[in-house]
Design a protein around this ligand. Structure first.
Ligand SMILES: [Zn+2]
Length: 191
């Protein structure tokens, strides 16, 4: 089987082993199927999972930081809408990541951990990391701006009721999040 995990926006990360679903944990197992059986997925394994999750987070953060100067993500805690990294702006507008297109199922409950790692990595590399309020981004049409909950057909599918724009729901939301992040960035520069 494929050694890669394909995330919804299309990015792929080579984890070095096939990813399987652990029925005991109801989430992707951090090891091959052969090792995923009763007795293996125990509390004793949690330390290992935590280390592996941290390793995934570091690898994924590096992929993003190497590839993009500006990274916009949804602020899951919606604590503030300011830039979390005041890094240098070496090339405004170039290579902007749409949301951290990362597979949440890989990171699972480690999303907060990932954002922490990403913030650190981005700051070290002088990249900009922008957190935006995700309110409405999953319901709003990235093409025409029409915002109703009916746009969200299923968890995965987005279809605009006004302009018939259709896309993967995550991709559509990512475009909105990117747009919101860039708007914040522009406002901060103008200030
Ligand atoms: Zn539309």
């Amino acid at each position: 089987m494929a050694r890669q995990v394909r995330t919804s926006p299309g990015a792929a990360y080579d984890l070095g082993y096939p990813v399987v679903w652990c029925t005991l944990w109801s989430r992707p197992a951090p090891w091959p199927r052969a090792r995923c059986r009763p007795g293996r997925c125990s509390a004793a394994s949690h330390g290992k999972v935590r280390r592996q999750r941290l390793d995934h987070a570091h690898r994924a953060a590096l992929v993003l930081v190497r590839g993009y100067d500006v990274i916009v993500h949804e602020d899951l805690r919606i604590r503030n809408m300011t830039r979390s990294v005041s890094g240098t702006i070496d090339a405004p507008g170039r290579d902007v990541a749409q949301k951290a297109g990362l597979n949440r199922s890989i990171l699972g409950a480690g999303w907060g951990v990932f954002l922490t790692v990403l913030a650190y990595t981005a700051e070290s590399a002088g990249r900009e990391l922008i957190a935006v309020n995700p309110a409405g981004t999953s319901r709003t049409c990235a093409r025409c701006g029409h915002c109703v909950k009916e746009n969200r057909v299923t968890q995965a599918a987005f279809a605009c009721a006004a302009c018939a724009h259709a896309a993967h729901a995550d991709v559509n939301a990512a475009i909105n999040i990117l747009r919101a992040g860039l708007a914040l960035r522009q406002a901060a520069e103008a200030a």
